[in-house]
Design a protein around this ligand. Structure first.
Ligand SMILES: [Ca+2]
Ligand SMILES: [Ca+2]
Length: 192
């Protein structure tokens, strides 16, 4: 009888720990995972369907969902976002974010979070010259929950006209060459 009680208590403690752990992981994941609209199982076909239903005004997404569903960052959730999510889910492509700017102007990429054992790496620019990239890591607010990671801001300054591609990847801190958890290409058109 006593054994049974101990076992029951252990089970209860274990499930509590599991719930806490899963909760923490989900909270962290929600900080960064573009395209994971339902905050479940990473980016998959379910997310693409949600984006499509939102684009067709069949369902309404909340503020957070709208942010991660607008994968091309043009300010609206459309069929184009749904298609990108589907292609990323099928590992056929990475996220593409397009923007235009004038030479001499700056463009800001914010809300990139290093999470747990993963860090964002700004990998390369094509062509290599014409843009300057500066990274700033914002201090965490004092009341931040444990495990919260600071927001990073990348400021892109354009020196001359051209079409540039910036490649960012979220990969293991200790193994930057490993498969990325998330990849983004920012396509920046700079005009004079
Ligand atoms: Ca998902
Ligand atoms: Ca969009």
């Amino acid at each position: 009888m006593k054994k049974k009680m101990i076992l029951k208590t252990m089970l209860a403690v274990c499930s509590c720990v599991c719930v806490l752990l899963v909760g923490t992981l989900c909270a962290e994941a929600s900080q960064y995972q573009l395209g994971d609209i339902n905050e479940k199982d990473g980016v998959n076909a379910d997310d693409a369907l949600m984006a499509l239903q939102s684009a067709a005004q069949i369902t309404e997404l909340n503020e957070y969902q709208n942010t991660v569903a607008d994968v091309n960052k043009d300010g609206a959730v459309s069929a184009e976002d749904a298609l990108q999510i589907l292609q990323v889910a099928a590992k056929l492509d990475v996220f593409h974010i397009s923007t235009e700017m004038m030479a001499g102007d700056t463009y800001t990429i914010d809300k990139l979070f290093d999470v747990g054992q993963y860090a964002w790496i700004y990998a390369e620019t094509t062509p290599a010259d014409g843009l300057t990239i500066e990274k700033e890591v914002l201090p965490l607010p004092e009341d931040s929950p444990i495990g919260q990671t600071p927001e990073q801001i990348y400021t892109i300054s354009a020196e001359k006209a051209g079409v540039y591609e910036l490649y960012f990847r979220l990969c293991p801190v200790n193994d930057p060459e490993a498969d990325a958890v998330e990849e983004r290409i920012y396509e920046i058109t700079v005009t004079e």
